[in-house]
Design a protein around this ligand. Structure first.
Ligand SMILES: Cc1cc2nc3c(=O)[nH]c(=O)nc-3n(C[C@H](O)[C@H](O)[C@H](O)COP(=O)(O)OP(=O)(O)OC[C@H]3O[C@@H](n4cnc5c(N)ncnc54)[C@H](O)[C@@H]3O)c2cc1C
Length: 420
């Protein structure tokens, strides 16, 4: 096994989380290497952003690039009932008209490449087609990685290793600390359409969430550029896959047939891709950091697609991790305590969104009924929908919601120093 020069930090995975860590650490003057097993651009699901990404995009120097793109601007989220009745959209700009209240709907092949190229421009080294096979440990301390690069096995020593491998979750699976969220067991079938119906005006860029009959599942509708619309159905795997044959696109259309809200939008649409299938995506790790290692983005945890929070949480955790790593290296102490110092803030924020996810999946719960009784929480609800969840002050709304919904237990991380 040959060796590459020692790094301050090796980041495994070049998705939005890894690119964020890489760019910010390079800004701090750190020697950082991102290893990405794929070649960009590559397909990825997760096109709808949350406005709370704005501050991080600004720090990353991404705003100019996004403004110059043709990605549709997203200003709202709209829910549609199982009978096909459109609710009043939640317009983010009603509470604050600033640019930061809007965001973009991004084709992930191009967006992820923009993010990774941006990390390069900030000074991070990036190797694509570099498949990390293992994290190397000395006792409990991560000390580097072993990767396949250009057909050769290479050892790369590092003071800190970041796992940004998305749902592959290389390190948390190795350590046996990743746990599925048993109450959010879902799967998805999605495809891309041309000429699907679009709203006009302020709602043209909305993410639309459409319940299927009996609330067995729901569809997302996300408008992209070039008149392409991303449409997916989410439901328990038992509903989508058991006894349904082996053609996922046929299952998709069977689900659409029963759903007036999606029928209307698909009337003149033409499917221009194959069907993609994903399942068992909701999971969280029992630890965020250890001596010499940190988890970010989906590699730490993924909630559920319903509020489009994945990329925002990838960026936010990437930013928090990069600053914690820099400070730990300054103190020459990349210990679990220093690297994981942002755990309470991140986990509380995730829990805010998670509670609203549980409310969505509760068949008795209706946003309209809740807001009729508690109009004072309209603003708090929109704050969760935009991703403004890190200030820890949304508890009153969730206390009121307990009248309707059994809320999930808090996410608890293991605190032990030893992980192996
Ligand atoms: C059905 C569905 C719909 C979704 N919709 C949305 C949405 O609308 N909006 C939203 O914000 N989020 C959405 N998400 C979530 C979103 O896709 C993720 O949260 C987001 O991509 C996380 O970014 P990441 O950087 O952590 O991981 P990823 O984007 O998955 O990046 C991980 C990278 O690591 C690389 N990698 C993996 N293993 C290795 C290895 N061993 N060595 C080197 N590299 C490796 C991969 O190739 C990949 O490029 C959705 C998810 C699902 C399942």
């Amino acid at each position: 096994m040959s060796t590459i020069d020692s790094q301050d930090c090796v980041v495994m995975g070049g998705g939005p989380a890894g690119a964020t860590v890489g760019a910010i650490l390079a800004d701090h003057g750190r020697r950082v290497l991102i290893l990405e097993k794929g070649g960009f651009p590559r397909h990825h699901i997760g096109e709808s952003l949350m406005p709370e990404t704005y501050g991080i995009f600004k720090r990353l120097g991404m705003l100019e690039k996004l403004r110059a793109s043709h990605f549709p601007v997203k200003e709202s989220v709209q829910f549609v009932s199982a009978s096909g009745r459109d609710s009043q959209p939640f317009f983010f700009t009603d509470r604050d008209p600033g640019e930061w209240s809007r965001t973009w709907q991004v084709p992930r092949d191009r967006f992820d490449k923009m993010m990774l190229d941006n990390a390069r421009e900030h000074g991070a080294q990036v190797r694509e087609q570099a498949n990390v096979k293992d994290v190397l440990f000395d006792g409990d301390r991560a000390i580097g990685v072993r990767a396949m690069i250009d057909g050769e096995t290479v050892g790369i020593p590092a003071r800190v290793v970041v796992d940004a491998t998305g749902m592959n979750a290389l390190l948390s699976r190795k350590l046996g600390i990743r746990q599925a969220d048993a109450d959010l067991k879902n799967a998805s079938i999605y495809a891309y359409f041309k000429n699907a119906h679009r709203d006009t005006g302020r709602n043209a860029g909305a993410t639309i969430i459409i319940n299927t009959p009996d609330r067995k599942g729901w569809f997302w509708v996300i408008p992209l550029d070039n008149d392409i619309t991303s449409i997916g159905v989410v439901a328990p795997p038992s509903h989508l896959f058991s006894g349904r044959g082996d053609d996922p696109l046929a299952t998709f259309f069977e689900e659409a047939e029963d759903c007036p809200g999606i029928q209307r939008r698909l009337e003149k649409a033409e499917c221009v891709s194959r069907a993609f299938v994903t399942s068992d995506f909701s999971a969280c790790s029992r630890r965020l950091a250890g001596d010499g290692w940190v988890l970010v983005g989906d590699a730490f945890g993924f909630l559920d697609p319903v509020y489009s929070s994945g990329v925002m949480l990838a960026l936010a955790s990437g930013e928090m991790a990069a600053d914690a790593i820099h400070d730990a290296l300054l103190a020459d102490d990349p210990s679990a305590e220093r690297l994981g110092r942002f755990a309470p803030k991140l986990v509380d924020g995730i829990q805010m969104i998670r509670q609203l996810v549980y409310a969505f999946y509760n068949r008795e719960f209706s946003f309209a009924d809740f807001l009729r009784k508690y109009p004072q929480y309209h603003d708090d609800l929109v704050r969760v929908l935009i991703g403004d969840v890190f200030k820890n002050d949304l508890h009153d709304m969730f206390s009121a919601m307990k009248e309707y919904v059994d809320m999930p237990n808090p996410i608890r991380l293991d605190s032990g120093a030893s992980i192996r």
